[in-house]
Design a protein around this ligand. Structure first.
Ligand code: ADP
Length: 637
């Protein structure tokens, strides 16, 4: 095939433009990105070689870096899996990864320049354009005859042409920009600089990284390529080294290597399993939630599985439950077969045992963090709390240890968030349940009429507003330290004590009798919207509120299920009216004068409408509601 010119996808153009004009000071990272890609390519070849030995080269699997200070080029060469022409076009001409697309959107939205943002996202191959003004990639896929040369100067286009390459692998040639200390561009053709960067960022890469530099020996006219004798990296798998030997810096570098996340991890956790099954793991909790946290199908780079130091697969989901999907790292199992397939893993007893061990370790280290550094823990909670709470859903999970890690907004003074144990400690002796309320946001919940009686009695209520809360609290409420969870917006709630009740009994009976007909009349007016109208014992200041009947779905959960396309049976709430409120008293007077007064049904509709609004709900006909309200305001003036 002849040379073809292609245009980069619009997003790639943007990304290249960002890289070329990057203000990001740590430009050295481009080398880590390229070595990391080469190391991935070698992993993939070694893996395919397990079943197709003919794909493996005769020479060792390695990464070679060649620098030519005079020509100002830097070449990275690997004898890994390589790419076909189509793969080159697909991988280097377009961006499929949601993470990178999201990165571009974030950059576009933010007004300040983006150096830190670049640091947070792995932009991979394209980071070469921070240091080079021309890049070519010569690649040949293992098992194929033809090679392809891909070339660009970073403007809108690139070319591809058929080319020759002796063996499979990829060679990337960078034409380096001029050294510019102010701009953070070091001399990337300099041996010492390259050594430094490789040892710092890629020491643990499990293939040798060899360096060739053009050198003029004494008496030579022209420079000769001289390869260093030792690889630049120690190649020691970091998880096999005793933790006391590994510095924090090394742990962080390894994290960036496997995740391409340039932000430091929140914490790391090295653990070994002994006994029937042997395995080692090095796990990390990221500091920030990745953009694909809720788009699981697009996520990549979770837990990598190795078997006896041989890379087997990325994103091994069987090793971590969904609710811990933010955990990254490496697991190296001793007793698995190198030929394990994803399908086999699901059933594998060893994988199940490792998973159990890892879950225990992760939850333990979160608990330790919560106890030792609450502020840092709350940082974690803000990022990953909603995901962790998904662990309260499955039946097989031990809920107590997740509840132990839970924080929630609260009505308790001065505490924006509380742990459950904090809540239980503050409970009065005779308080039997943990009171909670769910709703669309903390702000809506704080203003809810349902809280009035609780605030009045000095009872603390937990406020849950993540969508997942609806599910675990409403569907299968667990117990915590022997205490049940009790929704304040559900069923009949009556906080009056037994003695008070006895005292008030005759009053209440009278009240019920007195209001009976009015309630009936108002019930008729709103019967299409509510199941029942009744007098309330939970309201103090508000005239009305909506209550979910015991056993019914909460309105938020109902909306979630509908959104997910599930058929949800028609459900109507109960409208509760406050018998002590002036509105109700006045309505009673009107009713006594004339039971057919049209104001009665108008008020019933208005009381229902405001109860819907108070819980952050949507009115079916907001126009009709506001018209009624305006009319009323006009009359009142
Ligand atoms: P990422 O590595 O995060 O997926 P990159 O932009 O760095 O993103 O690379 C895009 C893709 O190009 C890689 O996923 C890989 O499939 C391919 N690729 C990059 N470098 C190499 C290489 N040296 N050998 C084989 N494939 C490579």
């Amino acid at each position: 095939m002849t040379t073809e010119t292609h245009e980069f996808q619009a997003e790639v153009k943007k990304l290249l433009d960002l890289m070329i004009h990057s203000l990001y000071s740590n430009k050295d990272i481009f080398l880590r990105e390229l070595i990391s890609n080469a190391s991935d390519a070698l992993d993939r070849l070694r893996f395919e070689g397990l079943t197709q030995a003919e794909l493996l080269p005769e020479e060792e699997l390695r990464i070679r870096i060649a620098a030519d200070p005079e020509a100002r080029t830097l070449v990275l060469d690997d004898n890994g899996i390589g790419m076909t022409r189509d793969e080159l076009v697909e991988n280097l001409g377009t961006i499929a990864r949601s993470g990178t697309l999201e990165f571009l959107r974030t950059v576009e939205k933010s007004s300040d320049a983006s150096p830190d943002l670049i640091g947070q996202f792995g932009v991979g191959f394209y980071s070469s354009f921070m240091v080079a003004d021309e890049v070519s990639v010569l690649s040949r896929r293992a098992g194929e005859e033809d090679a392809t040369l891909w070339k660009t100067d970073g403007s809108g286009e690139y070319t591809v042409e058929t080319a020759k390459r002796e063996t499979a692998g990829t060679t990337i040639t960078l034409h380096l920009k001029a050294v510019d200390a102010d701009d953070g561009i070091s001399d990337y053709a300099d041996e010492w600089t390259l050594r430094q960067i490789v040892t710092r960022f890629s020491d643990f890469v499990s293939y040798p990284v060899r360096l060739t530099v053009m050198k003029k020996e004494e008496g030579d006219d022209i420079a000769k390529a001289v390869e260093t004798e030792e690889p630049l990296n120690s190649m020691k798998a970091i998880w096999t080294r005793p933790a006391s030997d590994v510095s924090d810096e090394e742990y962080k570098e390894f994290y960036s290597h496997i995740t391409h996340d340039h932000e430091d991890p929140l914490l790391h956790l090295a653990t070994a399993m002994e006994g029937n099954f042997e395995a080692r793991a090095l796990l990390y909790l990221p500091s920030s939630a990745p953009v694909d946290l809720y788009h699981r199908e697009m996520a990549h780079r979770g837990i990598q599985l190795y078997v006896r130091r041989v890379f087997i697969m990325d994103e091994c989901r069987d090793l971590m439950p969904e609710y811990l999907r933010f955990v990254k790292g490496v697991v190296d199992a001793e007793d698995l077969s190198l030929n394990v397939s994803r399908e086999m893993l699901q059933q594998d007893r060893q994988i199940l045992a490792i998973r159990k061990h890892l879950v225990k370790k992760v939850l333990e280290s979160l608990k330790a963090l919560k106890q030792e550094d609450e502020e840092k823990y709350l940082g974690f909670w803000a990022q990953f709390g909603p995901v962790l709470k998904e662990g309260l859903l499955p039946f097989d999970e031990k809920k107590e240890r997740i509840l132990d890690l839970l924080y929630a907004a609260t009505t308790h003074d001065g505490h924006p968030l509380t742990s459950l144990s904090g809540y239980v400690e503050r409970m009065a002796e005779d308080q039997e349940a943990i009171y909670y309320m769910t709703g669309p946001s903390r702000e809506v919940l704080v203003g809810s009429p349902h809280l009035e009686a609780f605030v009045d009695k000095g009872l603390e209520v937990l406020l849950f507003s993540d969508p997942v809360d609806e599910v675990w609290l409403e569907q299968m409420p667990p117990e915590f330290e022997g205490k049940k969870f009790q929704s304040v917006g559900r069923g009949e709630i009556d906080l009056t004590s037994k003695e008070e009740k006895e005292e008030q009994e005759s009053d209440r009976n009278q009240e019920a009798e007195a209001y009976k007909d009015l309630i009936q009349c108002m019930g008729n007016a709103v019967q299409k919207d509510v199941k029942e109208v009744r007098l309330s014992h939970r309201l103090k200041q508000s005239p009305s509120c909506l209550v979910v009947d015991e056993g019914d779905l909460s309105p938020q959960l109902e909306a979630m299920l509908r959104q997910a396309g599930q058929a949800v049976p028609e459900r109507k709430p109960i409208l509760e009216l406050n018998p002590d409120h002036a509105i109700l008293k006045r309505l009673q007077e009107i009713f006594e004068k004339d039971g057919t007064d049209p104001r009665l049904s108008e008020y019933a509709e208005l009381l229902f409408g405001q109860a819907v609004l108070a819980e952050g709900g949507h009115l079916e006909d907001p126009g009709a509601f506001t018209r009624k309200l305006s009319l009323l305001m006009e009359k009142a003036l």
